[in-house]
Design a protein around this ligand. Structure first.
Ligand code: ADP
Ligand code: MG
Length: 319
């Protein structure tokens, strides 16, 4: 946590907004199939992996892994990554477009929709459609419990924002029990959405956004509390966030909220205790009933009780 003010804000969190890829899912995609391809499956994957050679996006990294062999950087030139859409690069002199339906529409390439549920990477070679790669990601094992625990920790609404297709997004949200889903968002749309959600809620309630920083660093800084994945996330995310989860485990968010609530409760208890005892001692002194022992208790005694009470912050129940 980058400051005690975030600890305090966290205790007032009523709404938690998640990014999907890399946050609720592992961000490690497996290839499930290649459809409508004119070239061989291996060749399509090879060209896509080469086009993604410079990408740090989980999809790019997964395609590089799916190809499995050493990628020769010298075969690729003119790389352009369009965030929230895909990549364009020249591989062996062939212009490769690899990305979602938005990318295909943007370049007026006719593409074939896929009937399978999954993240679809359409591939075009020199502007001609060459098929699509169906990839899918798996949920983090703790994501479902993380959402349930947030509810137990007093969060009223959970929301998921993603640039991925609505079919995949709805399936993930239903599986995890997330209240609201917004899909097919560009990185800029995510900022607008979070601003809208912040505007809709009462000002005293806080909104937290949890992301991996790949295409969502601006959202991390816009939310009341930005929570970043520290292990897999980007440096930009760690920089932009207020709270960093060192092990990328979403369960820790509910735990952090419980810690923050407990800390604040103890802070208020100590303030009331210290002032209460001191005022009582003053009153007793004013009417001539206080002696030296009472005065020492009101000063050092209260301090020791407050310190002992504060130590309870270290003990937060597991859920
Ligand atoms: P998310 O919200 O799930 O984290 P992003 O905003 O990072 O997703 O990306 C949204 C979509 O844009 C992806 O589902 C994918 O279709 C496409 N996309 C983004 N980057 C790439 C890339 N490097 N290669 C292929 N497709 C990409
Ligand atoms: Mg992302």
């Amino acid at each position: 946590m980058k400051g005690s003010n975030y600890l305090e804000a966290l205790s007032k969190t009523k709404e938690v907004v998640f990014d999907k890829t890399g946050t609720l899912t592992q961000g490690v995609f497996e290839v499930n199939g290649v459809h409508h391809n004119h070239l061989s499956e291996d060749k399509i994957i090879e060209l896509a992996a080469l086009a993604e050679i410079a990408s740090s996006h989980p999809i790019g990294k997964s395609l590089q892994r799916a190809y499995g062999k050493e990628l020769d950087r010298n075969r690729v030139t003119d790389i352009r990554e369009i965030s929230g859409n895909g990549v364009i690069a020249v591989v062996d002199g062939i212009e490769v477009h690899a990305g979602n339906a938005k990318l295909m529409r943007q370049f007026d390439i006719d593409f074939i929709e896929c009937h399978q549920t999954g993240t679809i990477i359409h591939v075009a070679l020199d502007g001609e459609y060459a098929g699509h790669i169906v990839i899918s990601d798996v949920l983090k094992p703790t994501s479902k419990a993380a959402i349930a625990n947030l509810k137990k920790a007093g969060v009223e609404k959970t929301v998921m924002l993603t640039g991925d297709a609505s079919r995949v997004a709805d399936q993930v949200a239903a599986e995890l029990g997330i209240d609201q889903v917004y899909s097919e968002l560009l990185p800029g749309d995510k900022v607008a959405k979070v601003e809208q959600l912040i505007g809709e809620k009462p000002a005293k309630d806080k909104l937290a956004f949890v992301g991996d920083g790949i295409n969502d660093a601006p959202v991390l800084s816009r939310a009341d509390i930005g929570i970043a994945m520290g292990a897999m996330g980007s440096d930009a995310a760690i920089e932009a966030a207020d709270i960093v989860l060192m092990d990328d485990d979403p369960l820790k968010i509910a735990k952090a909220i419980r810690i923050s609530k407990k800390c604040l409760r103890i802070v208020y208890q100590n303030i009331v205790l210290a002032l209460g005892v001191k005022f009582a001692c003053l009153l007793l002194g004013a009417i001539g009933l206080a002696n030296m022992y009472v005065a020492i208790f009101a000063d050092v005694g209260v301090m020791i009780i407050a310190v002992l009470n504060a130590i309870r912050c270290l003990m937060v129940k597991r859920l």
